[in-house]
Design a protein around this ligand. Sequence first.
Ligand code: CA
Length: 229
Amino acid sequence: MRVLVVEDEVDLARAVRQALEEEGFSVDVAHDGESGLWNARTWEYDALVLDLMLPRIDGWTLLDRLRGEKDVPVLILTARDAVSDRVRGLNAGADDYLVKPFSIDELVARLRALVRRSAGKASPVLEFGDIRIDTAARAVKRGGEPVHLSAKEYALFELLALHRGELVSRTTIYDHIYDEGDDTLSNVVDVYVANLRKKLGKGLIETRRGQGYILCSDPSAGRFSSGTR
Ligand code: CA
């Protein structure tokens, strides 16, 4: 999952980035509203963490301009007791809020819930065939046995699982599992896919040459039933 953090308090932004990266998120940080808006328009994020009081463009304006273009889930950060700020943010199209100072654990849990809801999956557990993904614990089991995935393998698998039965383009994959600081080679995704097939079953992920990948909705059926969710 790739998250954009728009926060002008540099220390707080750094702490949030570090904590989210430890939890397996790819994170970009913008320190003012203008560059935040540019990032949000340019990349495909799974969620935005948006401070409201920002230089150049404030959080409400950013949200207002973004909402006509993208429905990425947005979690706003507000000052304590600023009820009117919160209401204004939610009215402007924010999906959730946290009051500063907040606990990083709560931020992570709320972000995960937001991303799940936006993918139409309310439960933190995704199950199909004999595979079970616990998105809260970032743990995968196959036939009841734990499967060990690297951070990027997990990120790719979760992305495909949230959109199973749908074609996920390579561009979408790059946007969601890497951040701006990652230096990647284009064939790395193929390596992750090969590893996932090895660990989770050969027929699980279908390659559409030149287009992207589809996670089989029901691996036990041995064929793809596209369009089902
Ligand atoms: Ca601020």
